[in-house]
Design a protein around this ligand. Structure first.
Ligand SMILES: Cc1ncc(C[n+]2csc(CCOP(=O)(O)OP(=O)(O)O)c2C)c(N)n1
Length: 336
C-alpha cells in the first residue's frame, strides 16, 4: 500500500503530539497543577494513532485509564484536555472527569474509564445502537458506523470482556476490540496472570477473527485495524485485534518500575514507535529533517498554547459538583 506524504505526516504529528502531551503532563503534575493519578501511554502511541486513522467521524471509541492517546488521536484539543486534567471548567467534562474520565460525544469519544474493562460493553452497546440507527434510517446499510473498544491485557481477564465478545459475535455487531498488550497489568507481567501469549487467540472461543498487529508500528496497526473496521462496517461482525506493545513509563506517573528487567525496557526503548517512525520517514518516504522539524515545532506550539489556555481557565464552583451527574426530569426533579 502506498501512503500519501500528508497522511504519513499526520501520523507522525499525532504520535508526537501524544508523546509530548504526556511528557508535559508529567511535569505539570509535579508542579502541582494536576490532582490525582496520571497513567501515561508513552510507548503505545502507534496503537492509538494507527487505529483512529482507520475511523470516520460517525464512529465511536471507548477508552481506559490510559486514554490520553486515544482521545488526542480522535481529534481532541490538547488545551481542553489539559483543562480537564487541571480540573478546570473549560475541560471536556467541566473539570469533573479528570485524566481518567474524559468523554466527548461530539468527537465520538464515549468515555475513558477507570474501571478496568468498563469500556468494552459500552462499545458493544454503541455498536448495537449503530445497527438500530441504520435500520431506522432505512438506507439498507448494515450499520451507521463502527464502535472501537481500547483495553489492556489485564482487562482481557475480566468476565465482561468474555460476555461482550460473546454477544457481539452472536449478533454480528460492528465493533472492533483492540487489546493493547503492553505486557503488564499494573505491576504483574503477562505470564504471571495469563497462561497464554497471544490474547488474539481468545477470539476463537467466540468464532470471530483474532489478529495480531505490531503495536509499535503505526502502519501495521492501521492496516490490521483498517481491515477489521471495513469488515465491521460491511456487516461482517466483530474482530479482536491484539497490538503487541510496551509502556515505556511506569503504571502511573511516579511508579519507578522496579519490577521490570532493565534489558527488557532497553529492548523496547530501541523500538520506540515515535523515533522509529521518524527514522523510516527520513530513510524510506522522502522526508527531510527540515520537514520533520517543522512538524515538531507545530506540535510544540499547539501544546504551549494548550497549557496557557488551561492555566487561565476558571475552576468550577463547588455548587456545580452535582450538575451533569443526574438527568433532569420534565418537572426539574433529579432522577436517581
Ligand atoms: C475493575 C477494576 N479492577 C481493578 C482495578 C485496579 N487497576 C487499575 S489499572 C489495573 C491494571 C490494568 O491492566 P491492563 O488492563 O493491562 O491495562 P494497562 O494498565 O496495562 O494499560 C488495575 C488492576 C480497576 N481500576 N478496576
Amino acid at each position: 500500500m502506498v501512503y500519501t506524504p500528508d497522511f504519513l505526516r499526520r501520523l507522525y504529528a499525532d504520535m508526537l503530539l501524544i508523546r509530548r502531551f504526556e511528557e508535559r503532563a508529567a511535569q505539570l503534575r509535579l508542579a502541582g497543577h494536576i490532582p490525582g493519578f496520571l497513567h501515561p501511554s508513552i510507548g503505545q502511541e502507534a496503537v492509538a494513532v494507527g487505529a483512529c486513522a482507520a475511523l470516520e467521524p460517525q464512529d465511536y471509541i471507548t477508552s481506559t485509564h490510559r486514554g490520553h492517546g486515544h482521545i488526542l488521536a480522535r481529534g481532541a484539543d490538547p488545551g481542553r484536555m489539559y483543562a480537564e486534567l487541571f480540573a478546570r471548567r473549560e475541560g471536556y467534562n467541566r473539570g469533573k472527569g479528570g485524566s481518567l474520565h474524559i468523554a466527548s460525544a461530539a468527537l465520538g469519544i464515549m468515555g475513558a474509564n477507570g474501571i478496568v474493562g468498563g469500556g468494552i460493553p459500552i462499545a458493544v452497546g454503541l455498536a448495537l445502537a449503530l445497527t438500530v440507527r441504520a435500520r431506522l434510517a432505512g438506507t439498507g446499510a448494515p450499520t451507521a458506523g463502527v464502535a472501537v473498544a481500547f483495553f489492556g491485557d489485564g482487562a482481557s481477564n475480566q468476565g465482561v470482556f468474555h460476555e461482550s465478545l460473546n454477544l457481539a459475535a452472536l449478533w454480528r455487531l460492528p465493533v472492533v476490540f483492540i487489546c493493547e498488550n503492553n505486557l503488564y497489568g499494573e505491576f504483574t507481567p503477562q505470564h504471571r496472570h495469563q497462561p497464554i501469549r497471544d490474547i488474539a487467540g481468545r477470539a476463537v472461543a467466540y468464532a470471530m477473527p483474532g489478529v495480531v498487529a505490531d503495536g509499535n508500528d503505526v502502519l501495521d496497526v492501521f492496516r490490521v485495524v483498517g481491515k477489521a473496521v471495513t469488515d465491521a462496517r460491511q456487516g461482517r461482525g466483530p474482530t479482536l485485534v491484539e497490538c503487541k506493545t510496551y509502556r515505556l513509563r511506569g503504571h502511573y506517573e511516579g511508579d519507578m518500575g522496579h519490577y521490570r528487567p532493565p534489558d527488557e525496557v532497553a529492548a523496547w526503548q530501541a523500538r520506540d514507535p515515535v523515533v522509529t517512525f521518524r527514522e523510516r520517514l527520513l530513510a524510506e518516504a522522502g522526508f527531510t529533517t527540515a520537514d520533520l522539524e517543522e512538524v515538531e515545532r507545530a506540535v510544540e506550539a499547539r501544546l504551549e498554547a494548550g497549557v496557557r489556555f488551561a492555566l487561565q481557565a476558571p475552576r468550577p464552583a463547588a455548587d456545580e459538583a452535582l450538575e451533569d451527574v443526574y438527568v433532569e426530569t420534565h418537572d426539574g426533579s433529579a432522577l436517581a
